[in-house]
Design a protein around this ligand. Structure first.
Ligand code: AMP
Ligand code: ZN
Length: 472
């Protein structure tokens, strides 16, 4: 398995710290507003890595955090500026921030389930880990990497030589290009020092600390929670493009200053999901949420396939036509499994079909192992379906073919659920009723049955072997 590592800037051979195990941390949602599908692109990368490594035989430990305090509005600069996003939302709407946080978290779980993202091992909330954050901040102060002034605690960026290695934003560069955006607070030793703990009497969420009442910075949350669940060094850390700087840069500085160990072995980041040429963002422009798209007639797996069709690191334009295309592709694959491969003639297994499966499996694994090349993995299944259809498989072949498509779908997760037996029985009965109506020349009734089924998305096909049905 080769992964593009943001830190080295190269494709790297993946070697887990512990053989056969992958320990992974995914930066999760800030729960102040419902997430849009751009956010879900970032979480989809976590799910894709999880499913791919499991398919390749690894055991995966996956942790995704819930940020329910501390994420500031000015999160593209690394200082201490801006308002807490959740606090701001609570004030604007005059609603308790805790209530907002829990509601948005619940929506997040609904949406990710719609998108068929597997359950991570844990979804730790920042507000449940304040003690771990305080302990880490204390350790940073003790080691000379942080200092407290007037109830605020800052990380001293000059104390960490490697600051800037992940993003390229070294202190020299930051100082040379100082846009005036960083806050020149007198109390800070360097304008680029960022907040570990913030004192703010107006904030609705407050905790006691050795520095007085306050709330934690966003970056320390991920350092403290990843360490608690995954240890000082773990394998993979993921996030969206804007997490590279400052969030992940600051996480490295904090974690490595405390432990003296390499924090993360492979940094993996998705590209932007864009709309009208700009990133989709809660701050501006048109957003699409999962329920909105479902309301428009798209299913979770359609959205999933739209995302997986593009390589995770490339920009992904949002476009209804691309969603329609994903829907069509899904239909084709579902049709292949549930219709074309169903009811095949009784016959022996053909070696040629087995050879197709072997080749497709090899190509599929090679595509995934090539930095998660899902576009190629999708092309593999297309070619496979065409080749198999030409070979006119027997029912024994078809069973193996479907088994392979299901293997492939362990990563893609876009196949329809198995049609329920009840449904099949009901349709069979209706088909018989229709045959009887036709036999007695009651064509109006026969047509009625066909039209009713069609309205439910079920199409009847009259063939020489009798009537079959398929979902439209
Ligand atoms: P937030 O809830 O703002 O903390 O964002 C959650 C995650 O979504 C972060 O990892 C962001 O980097 C990511 N993200 C936000 N917008 C986009 C987008 N348009 N495309 C891809 N990832 C995004
Ligand atoms: Zn994070």
């Amino acid at each position: 398995m080769r992964l593009q590592d943001t830190l080295s800037g190269k494709l790297e051979e993946f070697v887990p710290l512990r053989p056969g195990k992958v320990r992974m941390y995914n930066c999760g949602p800030t729960v102040y507003r419902r997430n849009h599908i751009g956010n879900y692109r970032a979480y989809m990368l976590g799910d894709l890595l999880r499913r791919t490594f499991e398919y390749l035989g690894y055991e995966v430990q996956q942790i995704m955090n819930i940020t329910d305090v501390g994420h500031l509005t000015e999160d593209d600069v690394a200082d201490a500026r801006g308002e807490d996003k959740l606090q701001k939302e609570a004030q604007a709407r005059k609603v308790d921030p805790w209530a907002i946080a829990r509601e948005v978290e619940e929506w997040f779980h609904q949406d990710r389930k719609t998108l068929r993202m597997l359950d991570a091992d844990a979804y730790p909330r920042a507000t449940d880990h304040i003690a771990e954050m305080i302990a880490m901040i204390e350790s940073l102060i003790e080691k000379g990497h942080a200092y407290a002034v007037d109830g605020n605690v800052y990380f001293a960026v000059q104390s960490f030589e490697r600051y800037g290695t992940l993003s390229g934003n070294t202190l020299a560069k930051l100082e040379a290009g100082a846009s005036g955006r960083v806050e020149e607070r007198e109390e800070k030793r360097n304008p680029n020092d960022f907040a570990l703990w913030k004192h703010d009497p107006k904030h609705l969420m407050q905790w006691d600390s050795p520095w007085g009442k306050g709330f934690p910075g966003w970056h320390i949350e991920c350092s403290a929670m990843s360490r608690k669940y995954l240890g000082d060094t773990f394998d993979i850390h993921t996030g969206g493009p804007d997490n590279i700087f400052p969030h992940h840069e600051c996480e490295i500085a904090q974690s490595e200053s405390v432990t003296g160990e390499t924090f993360v072995r492979y940094w993996v980041h998705v590209g932007w999901l864009t709309i009208g040429g700009d990133k989709m963002a809660k701050r501006a422009g048109k957003l699409y949420t999962v329920p909105e798209l479902v309301e428009m007639g798209y299913e979770g797996p359609d959205i999933r396939l739209y995302m997986l069709k593009q390589h995770y690191r490339k920009p992904l334009p949002f476009d209804l036509e691309l969603l329609d295309e994903a829907k069509r592709i899904r239909k084709r694959i579902n049709n292949f499994v549930f219709y074309e491969m169903a009811n095949r003639p009784e016959d022996f297994e053909k070696d040629a079909v087995k050879a197709e499966i072997e080749e497709a499996r090899e190509r599929f694994q090679a595509a995934l192992s090539d930095d998660l090349n899902t576009s190629e993995a999708l092309a593999v299944i297309h070619g496979f379906m065409t080749a198999v259809n030409k070979l006119e498989p027997s029912n024994a072949d078809a069973a193996l073919v479907v088994e392979f498509v299901r293997e492939w779908d362990g990563v893609f997760a876009i196949l329809d659920d198995e049609p329920e037996d009840d449904l099949d029985t009901e349709i069979q009965q209706l088909i018989e009723e229709r045959n009887a109506a036709r036999a007695s020349k009651d064509f109006a009734h026969a047509d009625q049955i066909r039209d009713d089924l069609l309205a439910r998305g079920i199409e009847l096909l009259d063939t020489a072997q009798g009537t079959r049905w398929k979902t439209k």
